[in-house]
Structure formats: C-alpha cells, structure tokens
Write a protein that binds this ligand. Structure first.
Ligand code: FES
Length: 149
C-alpha cells in the first residue's frame, strides 16, 4: 500500500484502550465516515465538567481504532473544554504520525467525541436541542448519519 504505521499506532491498534461500553453513559454518539463508510460509536460519562469515563466501538480500520484509542487516553480525566479543542493534528502528533491517506480516520474519532459531548450537554440541558419536534427527551436515538433526534 505504500505507507507505514508508527509503533504507537500499532500498539494502540493491537491493544486498544477504552474499547467497549460504559454503564449509564450520559453522552452517546455515532458517526459514519463518508470517506470509507466505517462507523464509530462512543459513550461518555461526565461529572462536574470532567470526562470521568469514555469508551468506543468501531467498524473501522487500524488507524481509526488506534486514533480513537489514543483520543480516549488523551481526554479521560480532562475537562470538556480540553476535549472540545482536540484536533486531528494533536491526535496525529500523539500517535507519532499518521499516513496522510488515513487522517480522516482520526477525524472520525474526534467528531464522535465532540458529538458525544454535545449529546451530554443536551441531556444535561446545558444547550438546547437543534429541533423541538421530537416528543421524547433524553432518548439518545440516532439515525444512520449519527444525528441525534
Ligand atoms: Fe475507514 Fe479508516 S478507512 S476509518
């Protein structure tokens, strides 16, 4: 294929951290990558503005698994503001490089994290839902594009 992964990418791919589900998450998100069709699911537990727990599952490639594993390690125990400022560049640096063709894979992890934080803020009534048409509150249902409704 013409590209190599760093040792840190391989370590996080072969032994991903924070994979799975958490008990009673208060933020959930799912995103599908338009670039490749892969899917990322993430759950967070926020308390006093701190990401106390975070877990993910993905139907994604090695770069998506490694990127999201490192993202969860970077933000666990940190404030929501810190997590919201995370970029694909930060993730690639933390992984000691990511092939350019695989950068969108780390974007999927970041987008899912930011969407899970938004979902938490909506559930906690810190921000308003984008629309008011749905009669259910706090249901965390999502469509195939990962939009919460
Ligand atoms: Fe789909 Fe990496 S190729 S997430």
């Amino acid at each position: 294929m013409g590209f190599e992964y760093s040792k840190k990418v391989m370590d996080n791919f072969l032994k991903p951290q924070n994979m799975g589900k958490i008990k009673n998450p208060n933020g959930i998100a799912e995103i599908g990558s338009p670039a490749c069709g892969d899917i990322m699911h993430m759950e967070i537990k926020v308390k006093n503005n701190i990401l106390k727990d975070i877990k993910f599952k993905t139907f994604g490639c090695a770069a998506a698994i490694a990127s999201t594993s490192i993202i969860t390690q970077m933000v666990k125990g940190k404030s929501l503001e810190y997590a919201e400022k995370l970029t694909m560049k930060h993730v690639a640096e933390e992984l000691k490089g990511l092939p350019k063709i695989k950068m969108h894979c780390s974007t999927m992890g970041i987008q899912t994290l930011k969407k899970a934080i938004k979902n938490y803020k909506i559930n906690a009534r810190l921000i308003k839902k984008p629309t008011d048409w749905c009669p259910k509150e706090n249901n965390n249902e999502q469509d195939h594009n990962g939009e919460t409704y």
